[in-house]
Each structure stands twice: as C-alpha cells, then as structure tokens.
Ligand binder design. Structure first.
Ligand code: ATP
Ligand code: MG
Length: 694
C-alpha cells in the first residue's frame, strides 16, 4: 500500500477484531480510516456492510470518493443505486435508525426534527405551562440544562434526582413538560436523536441486533469526542461481529462541555481486551516549527497520554520559520492588519492573475495560491464580525462556517416549517410558526383558543385545526383562514411523492403565498431580493438533493438539513470555494489549511473566560482547543492578539494568552504568571493592597 508508513500499514491491514489508533494531530488517522475502507472492499467485504462514522463532511466526501473509485473499476461510473459504504455522522445514522423503529418509543415514524428556534418556543411554552415564576429560568438556560441531561442520557423521569439546586429542580420539571409536548407533536430535538437511539438499543435488544446486523464493520473517526450515548451506540452496533476500528487523539478532545468523555478512548482496551492498539507519531501535515509549538503547548496538560509528533515534511518555502505572533492596538486594528497580511500573501501567490500575467508568474516558478488555502480561526462567536467587515472592504471572498448559516435565516426557517408540517402535521412548533404567516386572519386570540382546546383534549394542535367541530366561537375570517390552511396542507401532502421533490417545494412556496409576505415585510428592494433568493435556493437544494440521492423523499431531505448533511450552504461545498475560511476552533477539527491565522490569543478569549473560572480541568480543555488550532496549519501559522479590546463599547486592556507563553517556551516569564493569575498589574496601577478599596 503506497503512501503509508509501517504503523499505518499495520492498521490498514488489520481487517478483523477491535482496533484502536491513538495518535496525535496530522498523523494520518483519518487517512487510515479512508484507506482501510478501501482495503475492506478490496478484500471482498460488500460495501454496504461497512459503516463509517465521521464528524467532518470533508472526510466523509473523501471516503465516499475513494470507495467509489474502487467500485468503479472497469466501469465508466458507479450507478447511483450501486451499493456503497454507509458513511455518515452520528446524528444522521441515528435518524435512519429512528425512522425504522421510532414507534416502539411512542414516536411516529414520520417524526420531524426541531431546530433551535422550535426548541426555544417549546421551552418557553413548557415554562409557561408549569407556571414557572417569570425570570427564574430563561428558555435558553432551560435548553442548556435539557441538553446536558440528554447528553448524559438522563431521561426526563430521572432528571429530578440529578438536580442539585432549586433552579435545577425547576428545570427538571420543565424538562418533563418540554419532552412530553415534543413527543405529543411527534417532534424530536437534536440531542434526542442520540439519546433515543441509545434508549431503543437498551430497551429493545432485538432492535439493536437488527441494526447491528446491517453491518460487518464499524469505523469511527474522532472517537475522543464521543459522549455517553454515542459510545453505547457504537458498542451496541459492534458487539456482535467485534470488527470495530476507532481512531482519535485524546489531546483533541474538545467537546467535554457537550458531554463527550475522553475516557471512552482511553479505556477502549478495557472494553475490548483483545484490541490491537496502533500508535502513529509521524506528522505529515505541518512544517516542523509548527509541530514544535504544538508539542510544547500540549505538554502543559498533565492528564494525558504522552505522545510526540515527529515532523515528516521537508522544509519548503517559509516552512523553517517560526510561527509569527503579531500584536495589535485593538480588535479593529487586528482585523484590518490580519486581513491586509492575508491579502498580501494571496497577491504574492499570484491570486487571480489571468492570462499572460499568470503564465509569467508560473514560469518564474511561482506557486499559485487560492483564497481557500487560508483560514482565520477564532474561539468565540463575536470575533468574526470585525474580520468579515475587513474582508469585505478588501474584496477578499470569505465563507463564515459554523456561524449564522443559511438554514438559520428566518425566511428559510419559515418555508422549512411548511415542509415539516407537510411531512408531519402533528409537528406543533412548525404549525405555530406558520400559523398566521402569511396572515390569514388567525390572530393571537384564535391561536390561544385552539391551543387551549388541544391541551384540554390532549391531542396535537393539528387535530383541532383539522376538525371544524373544534372551531366554535371563531370569527368568520379565522374560520376561512383555518379551512384554507387545512385544505392546503392536505393538498400538499397528497402531492408529495407524485411529482419531483423540487416541484413540491416550489408549489408550497407559491401556494402559501409566502413570497408576497416577504414583499410586505421587506419594502427595501435589496433586502427583499436577498430573502426571495434565499427561499429560491431551497428549491435548488431540493433539486440537487434529489439528483444525488437514489431514494429522495421529503422526509429524507428534511433529515439531511436537520443533521447538517446539507447540500447547499454545506460546509464542504463552502470550503471548496475560492474563499477564505472563517471558523471557530470547534468547527476546524479534522481540517487542514496551508495558512492559518489564529486570532484573539488573549486571556478571556482563549482560554475562554468561562473556563478561567472553571479551574485546571476547564483550562486543559481550552489548551486542547488551542492545540487543535495550531495543528490545522500546514505551512505557516500566525497567532495574533489585540492589546485592548472593546467590551460593551468600552476599550479594556487585555492580557496575552497564557498559551502563547507556553508554546514559545516562556513559562518562566513573569507575565506568564500574570496571565495565569488573571490579574493585570502594570507599573502604574500597582498591586492592589489588601483591604484597599477598589
Ligand atoms: P487530525 O488529528 O487533525 O484529524 P489526522 O491524524 O486525521 O489529523 P490526516 O488528516 O489523516 O491526519 O492526515 C494529515 C495529512 O497528512 C493529510 O494531508 C494526509 O493526506 C497526510 N498523510 C497522512 N499519512 C501520510 C503518509 N503516510 N504519507 C504522506 N502523507 C500522509
Ligand atoms: Mg482526522
């Protein structure tokens, strides 16, 4: 097998039994998974008997492509319905399992998936219904509790026994209500996908066996970030055939806050005593000074498996240069100058040179660069704003990944609510969302009356809307509105499947007269145009989805959107554009870029303020996050910080991130201690005296 080192080869050729590849960043773990899938197929394993779980779409794409190349051998192209390995994220895997068995848990097979907005409105109603004193618990905070419980596989009935404070008790009560409301509507939220699948497997062993029986081989990338449910699901799927290959890096475990437990990877050998363990040390991604920074930094974490990365790439270009650390006056200056630096780099790399100029550049030995070779990575969601502004001003195209996505746009969510309602009329959050959008005479009073009726009768809201016997006391316009809505949804449901998916989507947009609502809401022509275009994009998304998929259906289309296996606005597609990638460190996991700018290297940002208050364990996770950031860079890494940063409009002095001192071997610098203690005491302010008023 060409292009693999002996340890990688060993892993790739171990085709049976449990296998763990535990290795640092850029050592080719994902590549091992990819090649191993190909190897399995080459050895006669039927592609559809292989399941690979990945977190990144980019890796999924590569795996699919490699497998495709193998399968296509001798043929022009693989037919659309040819068997393929199942490569997916945990969430989409769970959706498929639940679609087959949800009724066993009391959910309809046609359940819909709530998005963040639906969740918030449901949290609000739950709090209202249990008569929680106002302002004790915000819907967003309630969702935080619920999510943590679900991630820890704590069901609504047992949450109360885990509650430690009055507030948590209240949240536990609201959790029960929230969950039963969702269930009544046939709706699941994102965390349910994992939790319910795990529940299904433990409560119905025959289902677990049936699902496990679909595969002979299971491979999992980024295993260090599995939470309890994911861990159980993997175990449940693999316990029969025992052909389980997991790869990961404990130093890159960055989802503890979402319930991931790094112990799963560290104790793999306990669960599977005969597991073969392969370690990789050679790093093929980064130039050696970058690796040096990464090694020095991560060594500050005490609880870890000792590992070193050994650089393999020959020094090229600026590769021998140390990563740069740039300091700027404030955050605007940081954004401006980082973007200027980046643009300078692009221009020096012949970016956008055409014709004769390009020829000349190449003849002179120039190595062409694309904007997508550059990434700006940051810790918090506030940071990109300034960079976006500067990139726009400098006319450098960019994509913001993991920020406000296309699918979070109001108009897109409105149309999706229509689609979800058509797929599952019991979906109450969706029904409420479009209830009077566009206006159809169903004001607050009508809505309240109908919702109350539904609560009284203990049925989903749709059942009330569906039956005019439930409409007494409604005004004439309200009755007209209701029967319009009811008839439309019924017609659309009847049309689904009889015509191409994109046709149905378009029909729903047209017949709901949603576009005229946009016209009414947004008199500004530019704004309106952008929103109408966003809605139109959904028709294109449906079309391209149907083209790619052999079993296209409205539900599957919605599943894909909900689980992030999206077609448009999709991370992978975005990454392939000629555009600078702007993303959080969490979103950057598994990816690599020739040029990386890791910005905002300040105490309070990286490490994040919350974790500074959270002690060493929390700091260690931030350090791993910094390690992930540093190890994304192939050729050149630039770290930057602002000396002052505005907070609520006021400039404040910053303290350089302790990680800067650590990675540059300056942990004996007095300012390092300053960073660690979080105190700023320049010569003018002096150390605060004991008892002194501040
Ligand atoms: P991460 O921990 O960041 O997910 P990883 O361990 O999954 O990293 P890969 O992304 O698989 O690492 O590989 C890093 C880079 O090294 C990729 O560009 C890959 O193509 C390359 N690579 C991996 N193995 C080899 C090899 N044996 N020879 C040359 N290049 C390799
Ligand atoms: Mg990887």
């Amino acid at each position: 097998m060409s292009g693999l080192n002996p340890a990688q080869n060993d892993a790739v050729h171990t085709l049976r039994g449990p296998l763990l590849v535990l290795a640092g960043a850029g050592t080719g773990k994902t590549r091992v998974v990819t090649v191993r899938i190909a190897q399995l197929i080459r050895h006669g394993v039927a592609p559809e008997r292989i399941l690979a779980v990945t977190f990144t779409r980019k890796a999924a794409g590569e795996m699919q492509e490699r497998a495709g190349q193998l399968l296509a051998r001798g043929r022009k192209r693989v037919p659309k319905d040819a068997p393929r390995p199942e490569i997916s994220t945990f969430h989409s895997l769970c959706v498929r399992v639940l679609r087959r068995h949800a009724p066993r848990l009391g959910y309809p097979a046609r359940f819909t998936i709530a998005d963040r907005g639906d969740q918030e409105s449901q949290a609000r109603s739950a709090l209202r219904e249990i008569k929680a004193p106002t302002d004790t618990l915000k819907p967003a905070d309630l969702l935080g509790y619920i999510s943590r419980w679900k991630m820890g596989a704590i069901l609504p009935d047992t949450a109360a026994s885990h509650a430690e404070s009055d507030l948590e008790h209240l949240a536990a009560v609201a959790y029960r209500r929230y969950q039963s409301n969702l269930k009544k509507s046939g709706v699941v939220d994102f965390d349910d996908l994992l939790m319910l699948t795990e529940k299904l497997f433990t409560q119905h062993p025959e289902v677990r066996r049936e699902e496990a029986g679909r595969f002979d081989h299971v491979l999992v990338d980024e295993y260090q970030d599995t939470n309890h449910s994911q861990y159980e699901i993997v175990r449940g799927l693999a316990m029969g055939h025992r052909n389980l290959c997991v790869v990961g890096d404990d130093d890159q475990s960055i989802y503890a806050w979402r319930g991931a437990e790094v112990t799963h990877i560290l104790s793999f050998k306990k669960d599977w005593p005969d597991a073969k363990v392969v370690r990789l040390e050679e790093n093929y991604r980064s130039q050696s000074p970058i690796i040096h920074f990464a090694n020095t930094l991560i060594a500050f974490n005490t609880q870890r498996h000792e590992k070193r990365l050994i650089p393999q790439r020959p020094v090229e270009g600026e590769g021998g240069d140390k990563p740069r650390i740039l300091q700027f006056k404030d955050e605007t200056d940081e954004a401006k100058k980082v973007v200027a630096d980046l643009k300078g780099r692009l221009q020096a790399g012949g970016w956008r040179l055409q014709g004769e100029d390009r020829e000349r550049f190449l003849r002179a030995g120039g190595k062409p660069i694309r904007a997508s070779d550059c990434a700006i990575l940051f810790r918090t969601n506030e940071q990109p704003r300034a960079f976006e502004a500067e990139l726009r001003a400098a006319q450098v195209p960019y994509v913001l990944i993991g920020g406000m996505s296309y699918y979070d746009r109001r108009e897109v969510r409105d149309v999706l609510a229509y689609l979800k309602l058509v797929a599952n009329p019991d979906d109450e959050p969706s029904l409420l969302r479009i209830f009077n959008t566009p206006p159809r005479g169903l004001g607050d009073a009508a809505r309240k009356a109908l919702v109350e009726r539904a609560v009284d009768k203990g049925v989903p809201l749709w059942r009330v809307v569906d039956d005019p016997a439930n409409w007494p006391g409604m005004s004439d316009p309200a009755r007209r509105g209701l029967s319009d809505l009811r008839d439309s949804v019924k017609n659309w449901r009847a049309a689904v499947g009889l015509e191409p998916l994109a046709g149905t989507v378009k029909r729903i947009i047209d017949e709901s007269q949603y576009l005229s609502e946009l016209t009414r809401l947004y008199p500004d022509p530019q704004e309106r145009e952008a929103r109408v275009a966003a809605v139109g994009e959904l028709v294109s998304a449906a079309d391209s989805y149907a083209e790619r998929s052999s079993k296209a259906s409205l539900e599957r289309f919605l599943d894909n959107i909900a689980t992030g296996d999206r077609d448009d606005g999709d991370k992978e597609k975005q990454l392939n554009q000629d555009a600078v990638a702007l993303m959080t460190l969490h979103a950057a996991k598994g990816l690599e870029f020739p040029y990386v700018y890791l910005v905002g290297m300040e105490e309070g940002i990286l490490p994040h303020k919350r974790s500074i208050d959270g002690g060493e364990v929390a700091i260690a996770e931030e350090r791993r996050l910094a390690y992930v950031g540093v190890t994304r860079a192939r050729d050149r890494l630039t770290l930057s910080l602002a000396l002052t940063r505005r907070k609520w409009g006021k400039p404040r002095d910053t303290i350089p991130s302790r990680f800067l001192y650590e990675m540059t071997g300056q942990a004996d610098n007095p300012r390092y201690l300053e960073a660690k203690s979080g105190r700023k005491h320049g010569p003018h302010t002096g150390r605060p005296k004991r008892g002194a008023k501040r």
